[in-house]
Design a protein around this ligand. Structure first.
Ligand SMILES: C[S@@+](CC[C@H](N)C(=O)[O-])C[C@H]1O[C@@H](n2cnc3c(N)ncnc32)[C@H](O)[C@@H]1O
Length: 294
């Protein structure tokens, strides 16, 4: 089959679930990955033919996209902070705003990193491990521990592969462990310089505002919190931080944009200093920073 025909078929199929322009982009990105072609290959080489095996693989993928499955799950990968992460339906697809959290924390670690002791970072609710791996790779020598309640997520997080980059930079792989963050801090982990978390924070009542490809395909365990207690994970993070964060240590959490002042108040009431709400690139309240008192 000619590439140009396969592209037309893909656009037709995928546009059953997505607006035309988005469907075109998804088909293009997918075929670039599958076939190693460029966006304009079919125009430059109108006779470019695709093997039967690749056509069958592409058709299956188009059908999954038409059923609303996010492109990242179909491809099995997502890009975060310039790196490729493995993703499956067991993990939330890493979001661009979470990259800002990593940038904030990497800068802090770079400024803090001269004492000779390895810096220690704890990531609660790690999912794909995108935050844990990014901090480990951006701050070589840092010791990163990361927890999640989901065995499926932990298996994805520990299967990420950055061996080449680690060999060059001397970065250490994060240590992933199973924990229910809501059950309270684990005692045997030692003290940390930084605690980070992007926990579930979408209120049940916000479900109708979400697109079906998120609602029907991403894990609800990763997304939703009850309307009558939307800050439960932040209380838990505050409790972990109260126990394991060193004096002067930094905490950064990603938050529901509707709950910036409330999340900041929770951290102040828990006794932390330097509490501030930080915005994402869209100007929405997206992170709360806090510091363990000296
Ligand atoms: C919003 S996702 C964040 C994933 C990842 N940190 C990121 O930024 O893409 C929240 C994660 O919290 C995990 N989770 C949900 N309830 C939990 C609990 N009680 N204890 C630990 N992890 C939990 C989910 O499995 C999910 O991986």
């Amino acid at each position: 089959m000619l590439l140009t025909e396969l592209i037309k078929e893909g656009r037709r199929t995928v546009s059953e679930a997505y607006p035309e322009a988005e469907a075109r982009e998804m088909v293009s990105v997918f075929l670039e990955e599958l076939l190693g072609v460029r966006k304009h290959t079919h125009i430059l080489y109108p006779d470019y033919a695709v093997s039967v095996e690749s056509v069958l693989g592409a058709r299956q993928a188009f059908a999954r996209m038409a059923a609303g499955e996010p492109l990242q799950y179909v491809m099995g990968k997502a890009y975060f902070y310039g790196r490729e992460f493995r993703v499956t339906p067991d993990v939330l697809i890493p979001r661009p705003e979470t990259e800002l959290l990593c940038r904030m924390v990497s800068r802090h670690l770079a400024d803090a990193g001269n004492s000779g002791e390895p810096l220690r970072v704890l990531d609660l609710c790690t999912g794909s491990g995108c935050i844990a791996w990014t901090l480990a790779l951006e701050c070589p020598g840092a010791e990163v521990l990361a927890a999640d309640i989901s065995s499926g997520a932990l298996s994805v997080a520990s299967s990420q592969s950055f061996d080449e980059e680690m060999a060059v930079s001397g970065a250490l792989p994060p240590v992933f462990f199973k924990a229910d963050v809501l059950a309270g801090p684990q005692k045997d982990l030692g003290q940390f310089d930084v605690i980070v978390s992007n926990p579930p924070y979408v209120m049940d009542k916000e479900k109708p505002l979400m697109r079906n490809n998120v609602l029907l395909h991403e894990p609800h365990l990763a997304l939703f919190v009850p309307d009558d207690d939307p800050l439960l994970f932040y209380r838990a993070v505050a409790s972990w931080a109260g126990t394991v964060l060193k004096a002067g240590g930094l905490g950064v959490v990603e938050i529901n944009e509707a709950l910036g002042p409330e999340t900041a108040a929770l951290m102040r009431n828990a006794g932390f200093a330097g509490v501030s709400v930080e915005k994402d690139l869209g100007g929405r309240d997206r992170f709360v920073r806090f510091v363990q008192v000296l």
